[in-house]
Ligand binder design. Structure first.
Ligand code: NAP
Ligand code: MG
Length: 489
């Protein structure tokens, strides 16, 4: 099957059409151990404790990461506090230059960073290469542009930074979430202590190396790695003047309780159980692609994943049949292979969670459709894309966030029923509407309890467009002018 090797390989079809594997050949340099990034330097943790970060597609160790203790978090906070006044006083256009430089370095290193993201987190290379990394660079470019225009952003008012920001991010878009958090904070003149997720710290640490290269003043960004406890220390630290958290609703609630007695503004980007609503008059092929990307993008490890599908009853049967056919074509496997659609599940814990929820769905009587024909790799953590039909709104697969490649399909008869069903969830992050009728789009979009509504498309992001949820999906916005507001007084 293989022609030559690598990028220039020409696939010669033999029995059936199958692509030659074309695994990404770029290999980033991975250190055997990473310190904490404090005051512009990598430092050994005072606890001397480290933990492994693995490649979830192979189960193999990639490196050892430092676990920050209370003293380390104190040191990071102190470095951010010391760096604060000078960074805040710096002219906006000078701060902007640092962000422009960082954005350009991210572009220059995009290949290595994309491969590193895929190795550490399990997402397909075509996603980290074509979605994550371009958006990371875009976020730094976009916010670099705001750094010297803040008074125009806020109607001529003289705005001031808040000070030290504590930022905590999850594992599904590790570098992109770091960019979403860091770029607006820095543009507005704040300094930061960032805590990446335990399973995916590598790209944030490599971003720290780029910060060293561009001579970002020491202490402006500090990165403390570790588990949930390190995150708790960051969020509750007395030096922190603003907290931004992306992760589960459960942890978000805990942080909110902790901060309740203090006057620390909080942004929470939490979970979701978003619905794609497909009307009979929709362009069906496009809707299928939208539904597929809505739920099977990044193995379903997406907070705004379209994990519920509501289809108008008159087209339910053909739509489900088409969805099945499309699902059967998805390639699950080596995330570094450029043809892979669905990579590895991020961790064994997440795999266990997905399995438990799918088993619960089957026990409740929903029908599981799993048509993957390719065998799953033997090493690493994998879950085939699948969907459930025969789902009742009360079923666990219709209510709980699975955060995996599992779709719950339901039907509706009238637009009113579609609206009611879509909004029957404690979450409110996103929704998708598929119809040929513009008037229907406006009417239904205006009645969705969701922070983001996509119409005849799904999972589109832009640095200029605010993102965030309502209800138990959190509050506050990231991106756009709205996202800057959280970082100024
Ligand atoms: P998580 O357990 O809440 O973890 C998120 C981050 O918080 C991680 O860095 C985690 O550290 C840290 N953390 C854990 N316990 C903490 C505590 N008590 N105090 C402070 N920080 C703590 O969520 P996850 O499992 O990593 O991510 C999946 C969830 O994130 C899903 O519910 C998903 O919907 C949500 N999410 C939302 C958005 C959005 O924009 N709305 C985006 C992405 C993900 P460890 O990694 O070490 O546990
Ligand atoms: Mg990892």
């Amino acid at each position: 099957m293989m022609g030559q090797s690598g990028d220039t390989a020409v696939a010669v079809p033999s029995e059936g059409w199958n692509y030659s594997p074309a695994p990404e050949r770029t290999r980033p340099e991975i250190d055997s151990e990473y310190g904490l990034f404090i005051g512009g330097e990598f430092q050994a943790p005072q606890s001397d404790r480290t933990f492994n970060t693995i490649n979830p597609a192979t189960g193999q160790r990639l490196s050892r990461i430092s676990e920050a203790s209370e003293e380390d978090v104190d040191a990071a906070m102190a470095a951010a506090r010391v760096a604060g006044p000078k960074w805040a006083r710096m002219k906006g256009r000078e701060r902007g230059k640092y962000l422009f430089r960082l954005a350009r370095r991210v572009q220059e290193c995009a290949r290595e960073l994309a491969v590193l993201e895929t190795m550490d987190g399990g997402k397909p290379i075509k996603e980290s290469r074509d979605v994550d990394l371009p958006l990371v660079a875009q976020h730094f470019f976009y916010h670099a542009g705001w750094a010297d225009k803040l008074q125009w952003a806020f109607g001529g008012r003289d705005v001031k930074p808040r000070g030290v920001c504590g930022q905590i991010i999850p594992w599904n878009f590790p570098l992109l979430m770091a960019a979403w958090k860091l770029a607006p904070a820095l543009a507005c003149g704040n300094t930061v202590v960032l805590k990446p997720a335990e399973t995916t710290s590598l790209t944030a640490l490599h971003l720290a190396k780029l910060m060293q290269e561009i001579d970002l003043p020491p202490g402006v960004v500090n990165i403390v790695t570790g588990a949930g406890d390190t995150g708790r220390m960051v969020a509750s630290h007395p030096a922190v003047k603003k907290v931004a958290f992306t992760g589960s609703t459960e942890v978000g609630r805990r942080i909110m309780e902790e901060l309740a007695p203090r006057e620390v503004p909080l942004t929470l980007e939490l979970g979701g159980k978003s619905a794609n609503i497909v009307f009979a008059d929709a362009a069906i092929e496009q809707a299928i692609e939208g539904v597929v990307s809505g739920i099977w993008f990044n193995q379903g490890h997406v907070c705004c994943a379209g994990s519920r599908l509501l289809v108008e009853e008159s087209i339910l049967e053909p739509f489900v049949a088409a969805l099945r056919d499309r699902m059967a074509q998805l390639r699950v496997g080596d995330p570094l292979d450029k043809n892979t659609d669905i990579g590895a599940i991020n961790s064994s814990e997440q795999l266990d969670r997905i399995r438990a929820l799918v088993t619960a769905g089957q026990e409740e009587g929903a029908i599981l459709h799993d048509v993957q024909s390719t065998p799953l790799p033997e090493q690493g953590f994998w879950f085939p894309p699948c969907f459930f039909t025969g789902v009742q709104p009360a079923h666990v697969v219709a209510r709980e966030e699975i955060f995996g490649p599992v779709l719950a399909v339901m039907s509706f008869r009238t637009p009113e029923e579609a609206i009611r069903r879509a909004n029957t969830t404690p979450y409110g992050l996103a929704a998708g509407i598929w119809t040929d009728k513009g008037s229907k789009i406006f009417e239904i979009a205006s009645r969705m309890d969701a922070g983001v509504v996509w119409c005849n498309t799904y999972n589109q992001f832009d640095a200029a467009s605010p993102f965030g949820g309502v209800k138990e999906s959190g509050f506050g916005r990231e991106g756009g002018l709205q996202g800057l507001r959280a970082y100024v007084r």
